[in-house]
Design a protein around this ligand. Structure first.
Ligand code: 3HC
Length: 311
């Protein structure tokens, strides 16, 4: 009966074991996982646009090859995560429709423009760096398929973060013009990267329940703090400065005090009013429409193969 199933589910979570697709799970657990994994997958796919914008304008063949590999990785992460979401009983078609109709979202961070080549460095260093801070704990998420997908994704994110950091290192230690370009990109991407971790814990609608179900292992503010502490060390080698005069070590806390991102801006961007929301969605919808013939051809081929088998 339901009570026994709930008790078994609770025991598996309490024992830090994994819930698998065929296990009984509370409907709300299924729903919040579909919400989060779908949003994560949509983010990977939409996230290809800002960086993809620079593939044809990379400053060298080496940088073009690296950026191509990274953008292709993001597509793979998206497909990996859609596959994880499908194990919860929702189809790929429904997920794509939910994104394109605006009923499901993607990460706020991808609604900002990439204005110079240094933005590719800032995104790799900061956005992929923040993604690693957020995704390493997700490797221990209680839902098996999501946790396992994260293990592969995190390995590739490390390469993404490293290549971005190296771009910033070259520019930050390069000519004055290069250094100015890198500092400008850092100034524009710093606070949106902090906002990526979500609203403050006090305003987080899902954190308490997600942490009780061991989906979320650390709160939004804990991970944001961890990211700030990490970047304060990393920025030293870049000959650049983090755009926050409030940054200072707090011996009592054992962390850096820092200026919070603008959370009203975060929610405004999430509601669709960021600098590039319309452009990102129009591009995604056009890609879906332009790909209709491929889906039709694949379906026709599959139908032909099935009917050939039946005759
Ligand atoms: N962008 C868009 N929406 C956001 C957001 C953000 N940065 N932060 C929070 N939200 C939304 C939440 O989805 C929720 O809205 P909803 O109920 O309509 O879904 C609301 O704001 C309240 O936030 P909560 O803290 O209560 O929501 P969560 O518990 O889901 O925490 C999260 C937010 C930490 C982003 C969590 O969803 C998460 O860890 N997601 C998985 C990681 C992820 O999606 N990362 C996005 C970037 S992917 C990426 O960076 C790819 C890399 O290759 C660059």
């Amino acid at each position: 009966d339901e009570a026994a199933l709930q008790a078994y589910f609770d025991a598996v979570i309490a024992a830090d074991q994994k819930i698998e697709p065929r296990d009984w799970m509370p409907e709300a657990y299924r729903r919040t996982l579909i919400r989060q994994i779908a949003q994560h997958a949509h983010s990977e796919i939409i996230g290809m646009q800002p960086e993809g914008n620079w593939i044809t304008r990379a400053p060298s063949l080496k940088r073009k090859a690296i950026l191509l590999a990274k953008v292709q990785d993001e597509a793979g992460h998206g497909l990996y995560l859609y596959a994880a979401a499908e194990t919860l009983g929702i189809t790929r078609e429904e997920l794509v429709d939910l994104l394109i109709s605006g009923r499901q979202k993607y990460s706020s961070i991808f609604n900002y423009p990439t204005l110079s080549w240094a933005d590719v460095g800032a995104i790799g260093w900061l956005v992929d760096g923040a993604a690693i801070v957020n995704q390493v704990p997700l490797c221990r998420c209680s839902y098996g398929p999501y946790a396992r997908a994260m293990i592969r994704v995190c390995k590739e994110e490390s390469f993404h973060q490293r290549q971005g950091y190296e771009i910033m290192h070259v520019l930050g230690n390069g000519t004055p013009a290069q250094r100015a370009m890198a500092q400008d990109a850092l100034n524009r991407w710093w606070y949106p990267s902090l906002a990526m971790f979500g609203p403050p814990d006090a305003d987080s609608t899902h954190s308490a329940q997600s942490m009780a179900w061991k989906i979320k292992r650390f709160s939004n503010d804990e991970l944001r703090q961890r990211f700030v502490d990490m970047c304060v060390d990393q920025v030293k080698a870049l000959n650049l400065t983090l755009p926050d005069d409030g940054l200072r070590w707090n011996d009592e806390r054992g962390h850096h005090d820092y200026t919070e991102p603008d959370f009203d801006e975060l929610m405004d961007v999430v509601r669709g009013n960021g600098p590039c929301n319309r452009q990102r969605m129009a591009h995604r919808k056009a890609a879906h429409d332009n790909g209709a013939w491929v889906r039709e051809a694949a379906a026709a081929y599959a139908a032909k193969k099935t009917s050939a088998k039946e005759t």
